[in-house]
Design a protein around this ligand. Structure first.
Ligand SMILES: O=C(O)C(=O)C[C@]1(C(=O)O)C=C[C@@H](O)C=C1
Length: 556
């Protein structure tokens, strides 16, 4: 470029130099001629006489000289203007080179931008963009460098007048550079596609990672050059396939995980149950029986067996007899108060955070406290509201495991509750209201707990009977024959004895005791017939119901 401008600049200068030197020579010649003419005129012609040069060749040469001066001036002016223009053109070329660099950078940036856009929309290559990539510098400038174009084009148009050759050279050079740019871009694209990038992409695909968007842009060009299904399209489909498979695998794994968790919970429950059983078994071997006072065995090893084998029906019946006292006393204590209906009326008191009667509140709260105190750790005890009971806060006492584990699932307190309040209570308390609702509730709970304990003691009665008469019970149990079981466990004479005894206890415990006066004889705090009837109608039948329920599950 410099060489070119150098050549263009040197030619006018040489012309100007020649003109100046010619003009100089002419002036010197002219001066010599004038001097000679002066000498000649002084010598020959008068003073006012105009001398005309008869020589036509000298006139012609004078006109030529003038003409040359004019031309020279014009050329000098032209040289000066041209020099300026050339300087501006040199600056313009430098600026155009900078523009070219910008265009290159913009093209690279546009590659990235288009590729990212393509991946986002998945629409392939836009034909217009392709044209823009292959377009000439002007079109690229239109796209990427609008401010530069606005600044330079008017100047270019202004200064390119009369400079067609330079413009042609400039455009040719720019085209050459553009071609070079395209060629270098293509040559740098193909090796990447065939080598490093493909392996990098396949690795990223197999790992399920996001694909580099620039790779898609390169592949689009490659696909357009070589025709066929574009590699990026294949890669995108492969990616989708892998993604769907991975999602399916995740779903399967999640389902398997949930199932495994459930199994784990079940196993933990089972392990916990076996642990408790093992603990109870080991303690049962070491601890004395609750019937220890009646067991006679010196040998520790034989104690466990003795506990089972020596728990006799007689012992169990003794316990039932003792419990009669509690039941009769609790009924007498409840009979101190009239019915006191508000105790059972849910609308009597609006208790914050509680919905129900005062009795229900009392029973639930008492059971909660007693549960914390360990009452329901004893297998003989059964809560009336077993749901949401707090755990025991006291050290666990290892009660002997005499009963079959099926015993834990038997609780007929709902039946007992209904019987007590609907049948029994109205039959032995006086109607009325003395306002002692809290005491009334407390006495009711004592009655309920005593009766419940007695009825649920049927589990132990049945266990002892089963062991004593296993051969008889097993077939009926296997047959789940309630009728046969009822016949096997019923002792009518025992039942009669129980009814008579509780009546006598009601008479004995419920009589008015006065010193030296038998005037109130025959007046009892609780009618003995009612107590006897309670046993006949409810306690004994429900005890037998528990016995049958237990026996039906005894071989589970
Ligand atoms: O002593 C028994 O054998 C029991 O089973 C207890 C009981 C009772 O509830 O008192 C129950 C059924 C029998 O018919 C006799 C008595």
């Amino acid at each position: 470029m410099d060489g070119c401008s150098g050549l263009n600049c040197s030619a006018p200068r040489r012309i100007a130099a020649r003109l100046f030197s010619a003009l100089k020579r002419r002036k010197v010649k002219g001066r010599v001629n004038v001097g000679q003419r002066k000498e000649d005129d002084d010598d020959v012609a008068p003073p006012n006489h105009v001398t005309r040069r008869p020589d036509s060749s000298s006139e012609r040469s004078g006109r030529e000289a003038n003409y040359n001066v004019v031309i020279g001036c014009f050329l000098l002016r032209l040289v000066a203007v041209t020099e300026k223009e050339l300087q501006k053109m040199a600056e313009l070329r430098i600026q155009m080179a900078a523009v070219l660099e910008n265009v290159k950078d913009e093209l690279r940036n546009k590659d990235l931008f288009i590729t990212a856009k393509e991946i986002e929309s998945n629409n392939g290559i836009d034909g217009d963009l392709e044209l823009e990539f292959d377009g000439d510098l002007i079109s690229n400038k239109v796209i990427f460098d609008q401010p530069l174009k606005c600044e330079y084009v008017p100047k270019e148009e202004k200064y390119l007048e009369g400079m067609d050759r330079l413009e042609a050279e400039l455009e040719a050079e720019l085209e050459r550079l553009q071609l070079h740019l395209d060629a270098s871009k293509l040559s740098s694209t193909h090796p990447q596609q065939s080598n490093g990038n493909s392996s990098a992409r396949s690795y990223s695909m197999s790992c399920g990672e996001v694909i580099d968007p620039t790779i898609y842009g390169e592949e689009e060009e490659c696909a357009q050059l070589h025709c066929g299904v574009p590699p990026y399209e294949l890669e995108r489909r492969l990616h989708e396939l892998l993604e769907s498979r991975q999602e399916e695998q995740i779903r399967e794994l999640e389902a398997a995980l949930a199932s495994a968790k459930q199994e784990l919970v079940d196993k933990e429950r089972e392990i916990s149950w076996w642990k408790d059983t093992a603990q109870l078994m080991s303690i049962h071997v070491q601890q004395p029986s609750p019937f220890g006072s009646k067991l006679s065995s010196a040998c520790k090893h034989e104690m466990a067996r003795a506990e089972h084998n020596n728990v006799t029906l007689e012992m169990v019946r003794d316990s039932l007899i003792r419990q009669e006292d509690t039941i009769v006393y609790s009924l007498i204590e409840r009979a101190r108060f009239p019915l006191n209906p508000p105790t059972y009326d849910p609308s009597y008191a609006s208790i914050p955070g509680f919905s129900g009667s005062l009795l229900e509140l009392f029973v639930k709260q008492t059971e909660a406290v007693q549960a914390k105190a360990g009452r329901y750790d004893n297998p003989e005890e059964h809560p009336f509201f077993p749901d949401n009971l707090p755990p025991s806060l006291v050290p666990h006492y290892k009660y002997p495991e005499v009963l079959h584990r099926a015993a834990m699932s038997i609780n007929i307190n709902k039946l007992i509750w209904d019987m007590y309040f609907n049948k029994l209570l109205p039959s032995f308390v006086s109607p009325g209201d003395d306002g002692n609702y809290a005491l009334t509730a407390a006495r009711d709970l004592e009655c309920l707990q005593a009766i419940s304990r007695r009825i649920h003691y049927g589990k132990l009665v049945a266990e002892v009977k089963f062991r004593d008469e296993r051969k008889d019970y097993e077939p009926a149990i296997r047959a789940q024959d309630r009728f046969t079981l009822t016949n096997l466990l019923t002792f009518t004479n025992v039942e009669e004895a129980v009814k008579n005894r509780v009546a006598k206890k009601a008479m004995t415990f419920g009589q008015e005791v006065k010193l030296g006066d038998d005037g109130d004889k025959g007046k009892y705090k609780v009618d003995p017939a009612i107590v006897s009837g309670l046993y006949a109608d409810w306690v004994i039948p429900l005890t037998k119901e528990v016995e049958i329920d237990y026996l039906l599950r005894r071989l589970d």
